[in-house]
Design a protein around this ligand. Structure first.
Ligand code: ADP
Ligand code: MG
Length: 246
C-alpha cells in the first residue's frame, strides 16, 4: 500500500562550497497541494531538480510508487509520475501550441515521422484536460506568460502524472491569472494529482496550500498546516529573523 506520491528521505546536495540541501525529508500524499516555501537561495529549485532526477543527491533517497531510488534518472522520475513546470516553462517558442504538445507525445513513443492528424487530436485532448481555450495554431513564443504556462501544464498532463511540481509559477502572472492557475491546481486535486507548489510569497502559500514545508539554508524548518502557523511565525521561520512591530 503506497500512501505517498513521493517520500524524500534525508536528501543532501552540495555544489562547490555551497551546501544547497542538508538532509531534507518531505512526503506528499496523493492529491495533496503542498507548498515548498523558502527565501531566495534556500534550496527550493535544487530540491526540485533532485526530485526530478536532474541532479543526483549526495546522500538520501527518493521513494516514488513504493520504489526507493538513490540515483534517480529523469526518465525514472517521469515514468513514476513526476512532472516539473519550470520557471521558463521549457516550451519551444518557434513551434505552435499543437507542435509543442504533440511532439512531446511523438518523441515519447519514438515515432520517426509525424502524423499531423494524430498530432492535432493529441493536442486537442491535452488542452481539454485543463479546460481552457488556446489556439492550437498560435506560435507559443507569441502567447502570454500565463498561456505558455498552460501549454506546459497541458504537456505535463499528457503523461500519467501523479505529482506536478511548479517552480515559482506566479512570478510573472497577474492576480487574475494566479486565480486561474489556482483553479487548475484544485481541478488536478479533484483528479487525485498532487501539486508541489514552490513559492516565497506568504499570501500565496496560505491561500493555496493544504500543507506546507519551509526550508532555510537547505535545511528543513517545519512542515505544518496553514492554520497551525500565523503569518509572523511563518516569516520568522522563512528568514530566521524576528520582526519588531513596535
Ligand atoms: P532557490 O530556488 O530556493 O532560490 P536554489 O536551489 O536555486 O535556491 O539554490 C540554493 C543554493 O545552491 C544557492 O546558494 C545557489 O547559489 C546554489 N546553487 C544552485 N544551483 C547551483 C549550481 N548548479 N552550481 C552551484 N551552486 C548552485
Ligand atoms: Mg529557485
Amino acid at each position: 500500500m503506497v500512501d505517498n506520491v513521493i517520500a524524500v528521505r534525508g536528501v543532501s546536495k552540495a555544489f562547490a562550497g555551497v551546501q544547497a540541501l542538508d538532509t531534507i525529508s518531505l512526503e506528499i500524499a496523493p492529491g495533496e497541494i503542498h507548498c515548498l516555501a523558502g527565501e531566495n537561495g534556500s534550496g527550493k529549485s535544487t530540491l526540485i531538480k533532485v526530485i526530478s532526477g536532474v541532479h543526483a543527491a549526495d546522500e538520501g533517497t527518493i521513494e516514488l510508487n513504493g520504489k526507493e531510488f538513490s540515483k534517480l534518472t529523469p526518465m525514472e522520475a517521469i515514468s513514476n509520475g513526476v512532472q516539473v513546470i519550470y520557471q521558463d516553462f521549457s516550451v519551444f517558442p518557434n513551434l505552435t501550441v499543437m507542435e509543442n504538445l504533440a511532439l512531446t507525445a511523438e518523441l515519447a513513443e519514438h515515432r520517426t515521422f509525424v502524423n499531423w492528424r494524430r498530432m492535432r487530436r493529441i493536442a486537442t485532448e491535452a488542452i481539454a484536460k485543463i479546460n481552457v481555450k488556446i489556439d492550437l495554431d498560435a506560435k507559443v513564443g507569441q502567447l502570454s506568460v500565463a498561456q505558455k504556462q498552460l501549454v506546459a501544464i497541458a504537456r505535463a498532463l499528457m503523461s500519467d502524472a501523479r505529482l506536478i511540481i511548479m517552480d515559482e509559477p506566479t512570478t510573472a502572472l497577474t492576480k487574475r491569472e494566479v486565480d486561474a492557475l489556482f483553479g487548475i491546481i484544485l481541478d488536478l486535486k479533484s483528479r487525485g494529482i498532487a501539486t508541489l507548489f514552490v513559492s516565497h510569497k506568504l499570501e500565496e502559500v496560505f491561500e493555496i496550500s493544504e500543507r506546507f514545508t519551509i526550508i532555510r539554508n537547505g535545511k528543513h524548518v517545519i512542515t505544518c498546516l496553514p492554520e497551525e502557523l500565523d503569518h509572523k511565525k511563518f516569516s520568522f521561520f522563512m528568514t530566521g529573523r524576528e520582526f519588531d512591530d513596535a
